[in-house]
Write a protein that binds this ligand. Structure first.
Ligand SMILES: [Mn+2]
Length: 466
């Protein structure tokens, strides 16, 4: 599906009318990169048409009993899966722009006593995991107002939401948004790049050492990473980055990585190795060439760091273009965030806190904030068994645990969807959960941790290679 369905297009016309007729507007959006991007796009639209508005970035669990206090409330990147209109009265209006599985069907608006409009790709059989995300849905609204220059934020949202995680490319409605960003001279695609994090700002040997989808000799070992580059005659002086490599150098690096990984992985994964290594990269051409805002993936990390530290407004101002005031702040937040992560990680690994079960591994991050336990799980994977998922636990409140799972992309290429599994198992123990195939989470009762682990381990029987 590469076109906007006609009925969806009509919904956007309607959304625009509802906004134009409203004076008192509130936006709720999610705290991650997709949610913050959504908020930034909506807020830019409202600024440009001169509508004052309030915006709040929230976690999903506060939506249950939400009191609507404004004439028009817009929910972005959340709302479809929550009973957000429980307390709505007939003078209020609601717009939902969400790509998560909807609780209400697409004709729900016909029976509400208030104006209700929900735009969700799943109403049109468009998969919200790969073809459009919250930020993309908000961008299509901006486009309805004629603001195509905001398309780059839609692309950033898609990268932050890992919409490209299956094929290494943006597809479906995301492709329309990407094309708009190219037409607007905002973005450059680097086709078939090597998938390493930090392609603009990390020396290549450092970027290689972060590779964690398969444990290789240079994983967490910069000495080894330098030796590999030397053996390939790839100049690494002056902290040369992946983005500075010539096409021929990239080709040599790809061949070597392909060979090393193929030797390491169980036979069933061999066919997925090229997919693991190759994907498109995106650069924002208005950003300085050596800035961490230049590469979409690195930019999305900085935005996420803000969300994890309750600094969403800083991230939003950056996206809205207010660099003079906010860029230093963003830098500080990113630095503090990295330091915090490093400290937590060494605490876990030094104390040998990673426990092994047959089909999974886990750690207790009792004193780790629930906001960062997932990021930590992802980073710690490189020091564990990549063939199994890793689960991190942290206390979300007095009676509940936050559960976060991360895994190697090879496991999902092979057909496991951890978001669906965690949704099932957390429900079975009286919690709620969900998310992406490769990164997901749940909240479960504190007393059900053992039960959750045992059920999860049993559910994976036969799916994990040793
Ligand atoms: Mn999202």
């Amino acid at each position: 599906m590469d076109n906007i369905p006609p009925l969806m297009k009509k919904q956007y016309v309607k959304a625009r009318e509802m906004i134009e007729k409203s004076e008192d507007i509130k936006i709720y959006s999610h705290i991650d990169c997709d949610g913050i991007s959504s908020g930034a796009i909506l807020s830019s639209i409202l600024d440009r048409i001169g509508k004052s508005h309030e915006i709040e970035f929230i976690n999903l669990n506060v939506l249950e009993d939400i009191n609507l206090t404004h004439e028009l409330t817009i929910f972005a990147d959340l709302g479809s899966g929550q009973p957000i209109d429980k307390n709505a009265n007939k003078h209020q209006k609601i717009i939902v722009l969400d790509h998560h599985p909807p609780l209400r069907n697409k004709d729900y608006w016909k029976k509400t006593k208030y104006e209700y409009l929900e735009i969700n790709p799943l109403f049109y059989e468009i998969d919200g995991s790969f073809y459009i995300c919250g930020g993309g849905l908000c961008y299509l609204l901006a486009k309805e107002f004629g603001y195509k220059d905001l398309s780059w934020i839609g692309v950033l949202a898609a990268i932050g939401d890992m919409q490209n995680s299956k094929t290494g490319q943006l597809e479906g409605l995301n492709k329309i948004i990407l094309q708009d960003a190219i037409d607007e001279n905002k973005i450059k695609i680097i086709k078939g790049d090597i998938n390493l994090y930090g392609r603009k700002t990390r020396p290549l040997f450092a970027a290689l050492s972060y590779f964690s989808d398969v444990t290789l000799p240079f994983t967490n070992n910069q000495v080894e990473a330098k030796a590999i580059l030397d053996s390939l005659e790839i100049d690494r002086s002056n902290g040369r980055t992946l983005s500075q490599l010539t096409f021929k150098e990239k080709k040599r690096l790809f061949s070597k990585l392909n060979e090393m990984i193929t030797l390491q992985v169980p036979a069933k994964y061999v066919k997925y190795v090229p997919q693991l290594l190759i994907g498109d990269s995106y650069e924002f051409i208005e950003e300085k060439d050596d800035s961490f805002l230049r590469d979409a993936s690195e930019f999305s990390t900085a935005i996420n760091a803000c969300g994890r530290n309750n600094e969403e407004k800083v991230a939003m101002e950056i996206l809205k273009g207010n660099r003079d005031e906010y860029l230093d702040l963003l830098n500080d937040i990113s630095k503090d965030h990295r330091a915090k992560l490093a400290k937590s990680i060494s605490k876990i690994t030094n104390n040998k806190k990673i426990m092994q079960m047959k089909n999974l591994q886990y750690f207790d991050g009792d004193d780790i904030s629930p906001n960062i336990v997932g990021t930590i799980a992802g980073m710690i994977l490189s020091q564990c068994d990549w063939k199994k998922p890793i689960i991190g636990f942290s206390r979300s409140d007095k009676c509940n645990l936050k559960v976060s799972l991360r895994c190697s992309k090879l496991l999902i290429y092979d057909g496991i969807h951890f978001g669906k599994i965690i949704q099932e198992i957390s429900k079975e123990v009286g919690g709620i959960g969900g998310g992406h195939a490769v990164a997901c989470g749940a909240y479960i009762p504190l007393s059900k941790k053992e039960k959750f682990l045992n059920k999860f381990n049993a559910r994976l029987e036969g799916l994990i290679s040793s």
